[in-house]
Design a protein. Sequence first.
Length: 400
Amino acid sequence: MKAVYLDNNATTRVDPDVVQTMLPFFTEQFGNPSSAHAFGESVGAALKTARKQLQELLGAAHDYEIVYTSGGTESNNTAILSALEALPDRSEIVTSKVEHPAVLTLCEHLEKIGRAKVHYIGVDSFGRLDIDAYRAALSDKVALVSLMWANNETGTIFPVEGLAELAKEHGALFHTDAVQAVGKAPISLKDSVIDMLSLSGHKLHAPKGIGALYVKRGARFKPLLRGGHQERGRRGGTENVPAIVGLGKAAQLALQHMADEQGRVREMRDRLEKAVLQRIPNCFVNGDPHDRLPNTANIAFEYVESEAILLHLNRGGVAASSGSACASGSMEPSHVLKAMEIPASALHGAVRFSFSRDNVAEDVDRVVEALPGILEKLRELSPFWADADKKSNDSKPVYA
């Protein structure tokens, strides 16, 4: 039986067209793009093409606003540390309680060493940012606001363009971790005041180990990695040419498939949620009912552990997750769901199903067929289920 992969927010399959585009740069076109001879010039031209392909996906004004990195973590770290260095008279950061560990871990470290004061803005039960608290945290002491475009666990989308405008009123730089949004949601950076944006190739069918940081023309910036003149002196080190070319091709394909992402992929996600809520009692969908990534379904099941659900799904050939792959193995409940104040009965029972354009309707059927039996079996073993307030979801909306 064909395996069903529904963990695309963790990583996507590299598109075969991306692989084919990359292959010549391991063999025939192996030159260093900084070299002045023909071998280097042809590779340099390929990097220029790839940069323009990514520029088009981001809707950026200039291709040189793109700085290639090793991935989302490096991009996020670069943005945060650059802001503190570029604005030395400011020592505060504003972020949210539901950011990816690539942002939160660094912020916590900066607090610990006394380098920065960090304001962690809360969210409501749908994962929506507390705008009043955000406004209150802004001041002329803030060097950087770093808020994700879309949450990796629930798919909830923040109104980053408007949030960036509020930051600008106080002279702060604005960065968004858009790792989950790029390729899934339309983006037009030339029409925004966003200073920096992070992305990662392996979230949009490019290889792992390649990413980028968009740095708006004129934004104050200090490099994290200093060395050669690569990336206009903003990120030293010989370029990862095959991966950069692959990311360019993936960006081109993402733009071509955007309508599919917004249409067919969204329909599969909605059908899964509706079917699960109809067939399984005591469960609900996490995330914003209106502003959410089209591919992400986070469903909380009461009185059962998500790890047990995932184990049984895996045995049945279905891959899903309980949240961020970067936090896998932790016994602590999701920091995102804790910030949303998900009920204790469901806090440990959330499962994330994340689709991509590779998925088909039959994948939804497999999950819908398998889940009711899995939940029934696990709840029979749960000491809490016997005394639970058992509720049907028939009269409930899709969202809690």
